[in-house]
Ligand binder design. Structure first.
Ligand SMILES: Cc1ncc(COP(=O)(O)O)c(C=O)c1O
Length: 366
């Protein structure tokens, strides 16, 4: 049995009829931009997260730039961001006029810590982007206690919770989500959201997503045209109520890997104590990741190295990197490998992946 790296279609199968009916309803309704579906989804998503406001935007990258601008980030400022993340986490900073300053991660969790952030702070730091990478919940409160506002990049963490039960995306000053189709809460095209409980920040983000205007008559800011559209919002309203169940399935998949003995063969990702990660991706570490990848390939098992070249080593980031030394980032960039994960990963599939990994260990013993 081949095991895919992820499976977005099986969880959606029972919802297909409702999704198709909703699609027809929105098409026939004739409201496509900032209509009732966006308003309703924003209220439902904010409610789900336990936050005051959710503002639908065009994608998770715009969400980051708009959130930074709402925080007042601009020319002359620095924003601390991990290098080991999807490129967009840092790419969203220069459009504000500010500079990204790269910080290291904890190799066991793949997330930033108060120590790695503190090492990158300067008097010019205006905000910190904390990425809940792979759905693991980073220690936001401890980082915000350093005295800088935290923007949570929760693109990969919809459905994750902190130790006190609060949702990832409701822990910092402001947060951002991506609804890219393969995400835990995926749309059927691009989409994103900015989330905050601060009324003034929410008001600014609402203006920024619509050309810097409150009323389409007076334009107070140089804004953006960045909106979640009605079709995506309408479909997300159907999938959102299933997010918790899907994340339970992901956590069950992770437990199945552990029970099948995967931890004896590779280094498993570590959740922060007490948190409930959403395991958007299940990423392990191995000293010879190419050998592991080859064994998985031979067994028909999906796998992928997501960030072999970390962001601070990407060509476009050269102007912002002066001698950054990020040893843990370089280490995890070299050794990580994503293995299959989905809401419907079965015990049998997990066992099959572990068997393939065991073959690598056996070969190395010879
Ligand atoms: C951590 C992280 N931040 C930001 C983004 C950007 O989201 P989008 O692709 O919706 O622009 C992504 C998604 O790809 C992501 O994984």
């Amino acid at each position: 049995m081949a095991v895919p790296l992820f499976d977005t279609s099986t969880p959606l199968a029972p919802l297909r009829e409702r999704l198709h009916a909703k699609l027809a309803e929105v098409l026939d309704g004739g409201r496509y931009i900032l209509g009732p579906e966006v308003t309703a989804f924003e209220a439902e998503f904010a409610d789900y997260l336990g936050a005051g406001h959710a503002i639908g935007v065009a994608n998770g990258t715009d969400a980051l730039t708009l959130a930074l601008r709402a925080l007042g980030v601009g020319p002359g400022d620095e924003v601390v961001v991990p290098s080991f993340t999807f490129y967009a986490s840092a790419e969203a900073i220069p459009p504000t006029g500010a500079r990204p300053v790269f910080c290291d991660v904890d190799p066991d969790t793949f997330c930033v810590t108060p120590e790695t952030v503190r090492a990158a702070l300067t008097p010019r730091t205006k905000a910190v982007i904390v990425v809940h990478l792979f759905g693991n919940v980073a220690p936001v409160a401890e980082i915000e206690a350093l005295g800088v506002p935290v923007l949570e990049d929760a693109a990969q963490a919809a459905g994750a919770s902190a130790a006190d039960g609060r949702r990832a995306g409701s822990l910092g000053t402001i947060s951002t989500f991506s609804f890219f189709p393969s995400k835990n809460l995926g749309a059927f095209g691009d989409g994103g959201a900015v989330v905050t409980s601060d009324d003034a920040l929410a008001e600014t983000v609402r203006m920024l997503r619509f050309h810097g205007s409150r009323d389409k008559q007076t334009f107070e800011l140089i804004g953006h045209n960045s909106r979640l559209d009605e079709l995506q919002a309408a479909l997300l309203r159907i999938t959102l109520p299933h997010l918790d169940l899907w994340c339970d399935g992901r956590r069950a998949g992770a437990a199945a890997y552990e029970e099948a003995g995967l931890g004896e063969l590779v280094t498993l990702p570590q959740p922060f104590p007490g948190t409930a990660p959403a395991w958007h991706l299940y990423v392990v570490r191995h000293p010879e990741p190419d050998e592991l990848a080859a064994a998985l390939k031979d067994a028909g098992i999906g796998h992928k190295a997501y960030y072999r070249v970390p962001t601070h080593r990407q060509p476009a980031m050269r102007p912002y990197v002066d001698g950054a030394d990020l040893p843990a980032t370089d280490e995890v960039a070299r050794t990580h490998l994503a293995i299959p994960m989905s809401p419907v990963l079965s015990r049998e599939q997990a066992a099959e992946v572990v068997e393939a990994a065991r073959a690598v260990a056996a070969n190395r013993m010879r």
